[in-house]
Design a protein around this ligand. Structure first.
Ligand code: SF4
Ligand code: SF4
Ligand code: FES
Length: 229
């Protein structure tokens, strides 16, 4: 089988972007865009394409990019999905600054977690009632696909999007009322106040996280219980 990859490339953030079309032959239906990028780079037939990956098993979120117009994981995007079209367009995530080719600078996403101080100063006993929420939230890959489709997120804005909303939901469920106060304020300021509840984040999330359910729990814990509880 043969497919054409139309890859949006640029040498660096200041260089002009261009499309490089590369014909790629594959035999296995399990081969993904990640496989193709790896093999193309190994072949040495084009200048090395910059992109990020680690696990190649849909676990780390590093390989998020826009494939066929949709933000998703390159290791989960099978080439055979695009067999009928005969080509697939591969672009970097657009919400983050491009470093080179398909590699973007997602530090704004990590900085948001640091700013919210999403860590514990003391041990936390497991709380039976919060285990389901904690488990669901723990599945977040920090890939940024939800930010790509979110109409309200932009780098530098006060709204930190679902990539921060999901990890916040874990601690909001686990902390008791006294310890929840500071985080509840951060949630209200950096998530609740800016979220339009369109749930584009839920349909795009490659981990299939129930973002709506987490949001309902967090709104109750951080906003309504604080106001009325
Ligand atoms: S919520 Fe889903 S889409 Fe957003 S960063 Fe986590 S895993 Fe990625
Ligand atoms: S519900 Fe809509 S506005 Fe809120 S985080 Fe998800 S995509 Fe963004
Ligand atoms: S390389 Fe880890 S999710 Fe694709």
């Amino acid at each position: 089988m043969q497919i054409r990859l139309d890859i949006l490339r640029r040498k660096s953030a200041i260089d002009s972007p261009y499309i490089q079309s590369i014909d790629f032959a594959y035999e296995d239906k399990g081969e993904s865009v990640a496989t193709a990028l790896t093999k193309i780079n190994r072949s040495g037939t084009v200048s090395p394409i910059s992109w990020e990956c680690s696990c190649l098993q849909k676990k780390c979120g590093a390989c998020a990019m826009v494939i066929g117009g949709v933000p998703r994981l390159a290791c989960d995007a099978k080439l055979c999905e695009f067999e009928k079209a005969g080509f697939v367009r591969v672009e970097p995530l657009k919400k983050f600054p491009v470093i080179a080719d398909l590699t973007v600078d997602r530090s704004a996403m990590y900085d948001a977690l640091r700013e919210i101080r999403l860590w514990l100063e003391k041990g936390l006993a497991p709380n039976e009632g919060s285990l389901d929420t904690a488990y669901e939230a723990s599945r977040c890959l920090q890939c940024g696909c939800c930010l790509e489709v979110c109409p309200n997120f932009y780098v530098g804005g006060r709204f930190y999007g679902m990539a921060a909303g999901v990890p916040m939901s874990k601690l909001l469920a686990q902390l008791d009322k006294a310890d929840r106060q500071r985080l509840a304020k951060e949630y209200s300021r950096h998530f609740y106040a800016g979220c339009g509840k369109s749930l584009a984040c839920k349909s795009i999330c490659p981990a299939g996280i129930e973002t709506d359910a987490l949001m309902v729990n967090s709104n109750a814990a951080a906003v309504f219980k604080r106001l009325f509880g």
